[in-house]
Design a protein around this ligand. Structure first.
Ligand code: HEC
Ligand code: HEC
Ligand code: HEC
Ligand code: HEC
Ligand code: HEC
Ligand code: HEC
Length: 319
């Protein structure tokens, strides 16, 4: 890739690009270390195992009974967790009932795995996914994946350039003749709400500003913290700033979220500076680490914290 080599190299290492792999290539899954868990409902004992050829299985045992599926796909970079998807003998896709969680560096039951009926050893292997559902998993974790085909090709795994910029072929031929500037989709030019919608295709579609039921739902449902685009649009920062607040005000879309406090504070301080003073925050309480109080991290999924993008002064008892 001769064009945009720096962006390409950076993006390739990002969690976006790394959000889908063949299961046997993810050591956390294929090693199966400390995978044993007992399903509290069916009492089946679940383990992840690997055979001599490197195939990875999820096995469920109870007394003499036993059932298994091959784990084909590992969803997630492993930043928070990795959930495998496989198929049973009948060819039905199953979301593994065991997920590897980074915060505990071991397996536990998949979030939501306790919400469907699990009587048999087969049930305990995981949730059966309809074709539509498995198509949706692949849809958000791939680039250029064609739902007519069963499973994605290697070059389609993960969220890559064309997923956000659209097909590049026309752009590349235009670049070769020296006129590339308008021939590719540039999400940086989108108005704030339109960009939030674009990212929200995967990060949760934001409610329209006249859909009061949807807004009320997002406001009162803690689980929506998992969907930054739904929460951000509730913020006064989003609704009352003239210059506009977008996802890319705070995130470089080609790399992971900033880990350094200073980088995280910078966008806040681009708007919230004390008037008259030379510099410093307009917050009456603190001068740095803004997100720790105004965008607290919430546990909305087993073993995982998510940043609340509804930026505000938190009052006790609020969601
Ligand atoms: C609407 C788009 C969408 C669908 C459908 C979807 N995902 Fe995701 N997935 C995301 C986004 C966005 C993230 C990152 C934010 C988050 O964790 O919620 C993510 C994160 C994950 C993670 C955690 C990655 C990590 O380490 O942080 C796992 C595991 C995962 N998805 C598995 C699945 C599986 C399995 C399915 C299908 C049953 C699925 N996803 C369906 C969009 C989607
Ligand atoms: C095609 C679906 C899709 C789209 C579109 C998308 N994302 Fe994501 N995003 C994901 C998935 C999946 C993950 C989880 C990656 C992983 O496995 O850790 C993710 C993770 C992230 C993360 C966390 C990265 C980290 O680990 O630090 C940020 C930040 C993010 N996305 C921002 C954005 C922004 C901003 C946009 C719009 C410009 C966007 N995303 C568009 C699917 C998408
Ligand atoms: C998750 C969505 C997403 C993915 C994946 C993505 N981009 Fe971008 N890209 C954006 C957004 C959003 C902007 C606008 C950034 C801004 O305005 O700050 C952008 C801007 C750019 C720009 C203009 C940079 C600039 O400084 O003006 C280039 C070039 C680019 N992307 C190339 C790529 C390439 C090459 C890849 C794949 C290696 C890629 N992008 C993957 C969302 C994405
Ligand atoms: C693009 C400009 C912009 C950015 C960036 C921005 N804000 Fe704001 N924010 C505003 C505006 C405008 C308001 C409306 C009230 C005001 O002017 O103070 C606001 C309001 C607030 C409020 C008061 C909300 C309430 O509940 O009454 C807090 C707290 C806040 N911002 C914190 C932050 C933090 C923390 C960040 C960074 C994570 C941030 N803001 C980023 C523009 C911005
Ligand atoms: C005002 C700044 C700001 C804006 C705007 C913003 N984010 Fe974030 N985002 C953050 C901060 C701060 C974190 C936490 C980063 C960390 O802990 O390292 C974060 C984390 C994330 C994560 C990682 C998962 C998590 O919950 O910790 C995702 C995904 C994400 N943002 C997506 C988005 C998307 C999509 C948009 C646009 C709808 C967006 N963000 C807009 C500041 C922002
Ligand atoms: C220790 C927690 C904490 C930290 C860290 C923090 N704030 Fe605040 N902030 C608060 C509280 C509490 C209030 C409400 C104060 C009140 O109403 O008396 C507030 C109020 C605000 C307001 C609203 C002010 C107004 O006049 O309505 C803004 C804007 C704000 N903070 C921005 C920031 C920014 C920017 C940063 C980082 C430079 C930051 N805060 C860091 C706790 C914090």
């Amino acid at each position: 890739m001769a064009c945009h080599a720096d962006i390409y190299r950076e993006q390739e290492q990002s969690n976006h690009a790394r959000s889908l792999h063949p299961a046997r290539e993810m050591p956390q899954i294929s090693a199966g270390t400390q995978s044993e868990k007992v399903d509290p409902v069916s009492q089946a004992r679940l383990t992840i195992e690997r055979n001599g050829e490197g195939r990875v299985y999820l096995r469920s045992r109870r007394g003499e009974e036993s059932a298994s599926i091959t784990l084909d796909w590992a969803f997630g970079s492993g930043l928070k967790g990795i959930t495998a998807v496989g198929r049973n003998d009948a060819g039905t896709f199953i979301e593994s009932s065991l997920t590897w969680y980074a915060s505990v560096a071991s397996f536990d039951l998949t979030t939501g795995a306790t919400q469907y009926e699990r009587r048999t050893v087969e049930d305990s292997l995981g949730r059966r996914l309809s074709e539509r559902e498995v198509g949706e998993c692949f849809g958000c974790h791939t680039t250029g994946y064609d739902k007519q085909r069963e499973t994605p090709a290697r070059k389609e795994m993960g969220v890559r350039c064309e997923r956000c910029h659209g097909p590049g072929a026309e752009h590349i031929s235009a670049a070769a003749s020296g006129s590339a500037s308008d021939s590719i989709f540039h999400p940086g030019k989108l108005e704030p709400f339109a960009q939030v919608q674009m990212c929200g295709a995967c990060h949760g579609p934001p409610p329209q500003d006249n859909d009061f039921d949807a807004i009320r739902y997002v406001e009162t449902t803690l689980k929506t913290v998992r969907f930054p685009s739904q929460r951000l649009v509730l913020s006064r920062c989003f609704n009352e700033s003239m210059a506009g607040l977008k996802c890319t005000t705070c995130h470089d879309p080609h790399t992971n979220a900033a880990a350094e406090r200073e980088t995280r504070d910078r966008p806040c301080l681009s708007c919230h500076v004390r008037e008259g003073a030379n510099e410093g925050s307009s917050c009456p309480v603190a001068a740095d680490d803004c997100a720790s109080c105004h965008m607290p991290r919430e546990r909305v999924m087993s073993h995982s914290l998510f940043t609340d993008h509804w930026i505000r002064v938190m009052r006790s008892g609020q969601n």
